[in-house]
Design a protein around this ligand. Structure first.
Ligand code: ZN
Length: 972
């Protein structure tokens, strides 16, 4: 026990341990009176993380846990304001603020590097969770409510509104989410995993306010809670805060814990419809076999299942995945593999883009393959490759997606909730040693495979077939139900609904006193950029047009290597091909080796090996681009040579002549892109709206935007000549790229860098000659667009012309976007409009100012709101508080730390794209220097009397009902 882990008087220390590879001391505590738990991960990192987690186990798909998570954040005893969570985002320098509802727990995490900010947020979070106000109007706003479409007009149609209701309509528009929920539903019949904890749109309206309150009382109690912290604040200081702000007001309560699923001994077979845009194409089915996996005995068996998973599905060369990929029924199902479902777990194997007629054959193939695998056993090389992957994963210091400390805290939390040793979950080293002992028995893995999968009859085969009318049927059903409900409403009941709509809109319009909440001041913002530049070594002395930039970075024994070339000048046809060429580049064979061989080698020697394109707007010229082709890999330091060799082979000599492989990959990619529309519709819509303003937007449209997906979906792929032509096109593109001068980026330990640079020099010595670059791309037409696809929910975007990053108004435009979000769009789009999200942003790449909405029930009215926002801002007078809040939000974004390797690569990209450190420091300073006068002047310049370009992602019937004018229609 150290200073960092000594407990406060009301807590008992249960145990501590040190994990060197993570640089943390783990300490577990129990609060004496209530039994509340605390896990502290003491670290030297100054980014402190907090979370409070509660097991939440709904017994229905009404979304009770999820709606509660939203409503809890709408005001509490000490902070009785409507929206403390969103208000705090503007008053803090947090590096992370969110709340999650998983299948069996709810967690409220935040992170910040500022100590005062930590105390502020802690106080707001604890009060929200344990002393929540749960106002019925907030439940109506966030969960669901019946309302007339024109709120106070009882003659207008009756509708269901609510943020979570729309959020889940969006989430459940994805066939993969439907597949996952249904597989769970049929595999787990006795536990909470049977239900959709997020909520099924057709069940959500059945949730009552009383049921929400009862769920809150049962689950949100300290006895049921786990506090988890990470960072350099001592445990006792946290515990004193928990005690003073919450625990001293509670006695011991009840524990909620997950029962174990009751085993079944006979397989089940299910077929159900899902909503698709086109049921003409019969190859649109999903078919998956799912097994419920019994809880492992210990950490070694748990890791044994992870290892078995790598053996079956880790790469395209792994036998189960290989059998699925090459069988010709369709692409592998995204649910292929071993996955946790809360405390339980399942294994899936199957196909997507397949035909219902092949069901028996697909099932037979999967079962036969598994039996053959068990029969033949596993090669030692493959087992070593799997163990290498587990070790690499353990060593990786992440942090670019969410704070590293938070990832550890979430791991610790789930281990605690699932009654597994916390240190096992954080440090797999000892577990791996134990597993290696068991692996001495060559039958260990085959036996695990037989017991958990082959002989396991707790299995479901699930077929989802497309129904193009399902969305319309559901909408018609909803309309009819609403009409019937309306017809039955008495005059009094109608007036009740009008009264509620009025009360809600008054509440949304009311100004809360922001001084109730704690906040940071502008003086709390670090004077200098907190970004720490990794120490950089440049060695321009590489032979013939090659350069290298190396970063000395503490990456815990993992090295990263990237080769980068400028994207050459390309035709429109080539632009549409180049994305797929990059994603296939590392998935095909190389030199004289086929793809199976190369996939196996990559899996055995690298953490990943991927290629892609990195684009930003050019440094100076008005319409210029700065675009690069990249290929990157990582591995353990000791395997640098192997990584260098593989990267070189794959970069120089990919086998674009493997036609059947290209076909497989093509079908898989096409599915993924189509599926991504309902998940990222707002990004696609924004891109469609801004593509006519700058090359950057037009390029994105061709590379990976809606134009690209439309083309992909329309491709006639019936015979191999299509793929042969593609393969030739990819080879040509490849030749163009590899003859460009190369720039390497190396990230790793200082002691190794010089030797690695030598190795690059000797390996990469092919002649390079030309140096062309993709300077601009033709702009898209200025035209409103409606993109129609299979979605239950809409995404809207609008762009107006603005300026690039060098322009003196950029800083003020960035602040104005945040102010519009805070003061206008959040209320208009989310609180009133019922969209899950939406806002505005200054987009200096495209020289535009963009508006967007996410998972939005509305279309035309949202476009009106975008226009009203412009009118509002062009007449508004701003105050100091608005400016301060916007400044704090932008600063926490700019100063947000990443992972060690992520920060090094960021620095490299800044260098490539000509973004100097000085320029970034100036940009940051320019934001701090913006005055109220600047805001006013800029708001008058850009938003008055402007017509935006609009784009929507929606479905056909919604588009037709709305009667939008002047839109060009595209169908995907
Ligand atoms: Zn939500």
């Amino acid at each position: 026990m150290t200073n960092a882990t000594t407990p406060y008087t009301s807590f008992d220390l249960i145990k501590t341990s040190t994990i060197d590879s993570l640089g943390v001391e783990v300490a577990e505590y129990k609060h004496r009176k209530t039994g509340a738990r605390h896990i502290h991960l003491a670290s030297e990192k100054k980014e402190n993380v907090f979370l409070v987690g509660l097991p939440t186990m709904p017994k229905e798909s009404s979304g009770v846990a999820h709606i509660l998570e939203h409503t809890v954040l709408c005001g509490s005893e000490k902070y009785p304001v409507r929206d403390p969570f969103f208000m705090m985002m503007r008053r803090s320098l947090s590096t992370f603020m969110n709340a999650f509802t998983s299948s069996d727990w709810t967690a409220y995490p935040f992170a910040t590097e500022n100590k005062k900010d930590f105390q502020n947020l802690l106080s707001v979070y604890i009060d929200a969770v344990f002393f929540s106000r749960l106002d019925p109007l907030d439940f109506a706003q966030e969960g669901h409510r019946l309302e007339f479409s024109e709120g106070e007009n009882p003659e207008s149609p009756l509708e269901i509104k609510g943020v979570v209701y729309n959020e889940m309509k969006g989430a459940m528009s994805s066939p993969v989410s439907q597949l996952y929920q249904r597989l769970k539903r049929h595999l787990f019949s006795t536990t909470t995993y049977h239900f959709n904890s997020g909520g099924e749109p057709d069940v959500i309206p059945s949730l009552s306010y009383d049921a929400l309150m009862a769920f809150y009382k049962q689950h949100y109690h300290p006895t049921n809670a786990l506090f988890c912290t990470f960072g350099d604040i001592p445990a006792a200081e946290h515990q004193k805060n928990f005690e003073d702000q919450c625990l001293n007001r509670f006695e011991e309560g009840m524990h909620v814990s997950a029962p174990v699923e009751v085993r079944r001994f006979a397989p089940a077979s299910i077929a159900e419809a899902y909503a698709a845009s086109d049921s003409e194409d019969e190859k649109q089915c999903h078919f998956v076999l799912g097994w419920h996996i019994e809880e492992p005995n210990d950490i070694a068996d748990e890791l044994g299942m992870d290892l078995l998973n790598t053996q079956l599905t880790g790469s395209s060369a792994s036998p189960l995945r290989k059998a699925i990929e090459t069988a010709g029924f369709g692409s592998p199902s995204p649910l292929t593999g071993y996955m946790g479902v809360g405390r339980e777990s399942m294994f899936g194997a199957g196909f997507q883009g397949c035909s219902a007629d092949d069901k028996e054959a697909m099932q037979a193939l999967i079962l036969k393959t598994l039996e053959d695998i068990a029969e033949q056993g596993f090669e030692q090389d493959d087992i070593d490759a799997g163990l290498f992957q587990l070790e690499l994963h353990q060593k990786q210091i992440t942090g670019s997606r969410q704070p590293y400390g938070l990832e550890l805290a979430l791991d610790a939390m789930s281990a605690h909730f699932y009654k597994r040793p916390v240190t096992d979950a954080l440090d797999i080293g000892p577990g791996i040693e134990l597993l290696k002992e068991r692996l001495k028995d060559p039958q260990y893995l085959p036996n695990l495979l037989r017991k958990n999968i082959i002989n396991n009859q707790h299995r479901v085969d699930l077929l989802l077939y497309p129904d193009a009318e399902l969305t319309q049927k559901q909408e018609a059903h909803e309309k009819a139900t609403m009409a019937a409900l309306k017809a039955k409403l008495s005059e009094d009941e109608k007036q009740e609904l009008v009264k509620q709509a009025k009360a809600l809109s008054e509440r949304q319009a009311a100004e809360d006193d922001p001084n109730i909440l704690p906040k940071l001041e502008l003086t709390d913002i670090p004077k200098d950029m907190t970004f720490v530049s990794p120490s950089k070594k440049s060695n321009p002395a590489l032979k013939n047009k090659r350069a290298v930039t190396a970063f000395d970075t503490k990456t815990n024994g993992i090295s990263y290597l990237q080769v980068t070339t400028k994207l050459p000048k390309l035709s429109q046809e080539e632009l549409l091909d180049i994305n797929l060429m990059h994603s296939f580049w590392t998935e095909v064979g190389a030199q004289d080796k086929d793809y199976l061989h190369m996939q196996q080698a990559q899996f055995g020697q690298t953490g990943y090996l991927t290629a892609g394109i990195n684009v930003r707007s050019g440094a100076d010229d008005t319409n210029e681009l700065s675009a690069f082709s990249i290929m990157r890999a990582n591995t353990l330091d000791a395997r640098f040579d192997q990584m260098n060799e593989l990267l070189h082979q794959q970069f120089m000599s990919p086998r674009f002549d493997e036609i059947s492989r290209i076909k497989e990959l093509y079908l898989l990619k096409r599915q993924r892109f189509l599926q991504s529309i309902t998940q990222s519709g707002h990004s696609y819509a924004m891109n469609a709206a801004n593509a006519c303003f700058h090359s950057y937007g037009s390029l994105e449209m061709s590379l990976s935007g809606l134009e690209f997906i439309k083309r992909l979906n329309a491709d006639k792929i019936d015979d191999d000549s299509f793929f042969e032509a593609k393969a030739q096109a990819y080879s040509k593109l490849h030749q163009k790229i590899i003859t460009q001068p190369q720039h390497f980026c190396l990230v790793g330990d200082d002691a190794e860098l010089d030797a690695w640079i030598q190795k690059l020099e000797s390996k990469w010595n092919e002649p390079v000659s030309t140096d062309t670059r993709l300077a601009t791309v033709d702009l898209s037409q200025q035209q409103h667009q409606a993109w129609l696809t299979s979605t239950q929910i809409n995404f809207c975007a609008m762009s107006i012309p603005a300026v690039d990053r060098h322009h003196p108004d950029t800083a003020a435009l960035n602040l104005l976007a945040t102010i519009m979000n805070n003061e206008f769009l959040h209320t208009a789009l989310r609180e009133k409009g019922g969209a899950y999200g939406g806002g505005a942003r200054a987009n200096s790449h495209c020289k535009t100012f963009d508006f967007y909405s996410y998972r939005d029930p509305r279309l035309g009215q949202t476009f009106n709101d975008f226009e009203r926002a412009m009118e509002w801002v062009s007449n508004a007078s701003f105050n100091k508080k608005q400016l301060e809040e916007a400044t704090l939000s932008l600063m926490s974004d700019i100063d947000k730390p990443g992972s060690p390797s992520g920060e090094a690569f960021n620095e490299f990209y800044n260098l490539l794209h000509g973004r100097s450190l000085e320029e970034r420091i100036q940009h940051r300073q320019a934001i701090l220097d913006v005055t109220l006068e600047d805001l006013e002047r800029v708001s008058r310049t850009y938003f008055k009397d402007v017509q935006g370009i609009k784009a929507a992602v929606t479905n056909k019937s919604k588009y037709e009902t709305e009667k939008l004018e002047g839109f060009e229609i595209h169908t995907i």
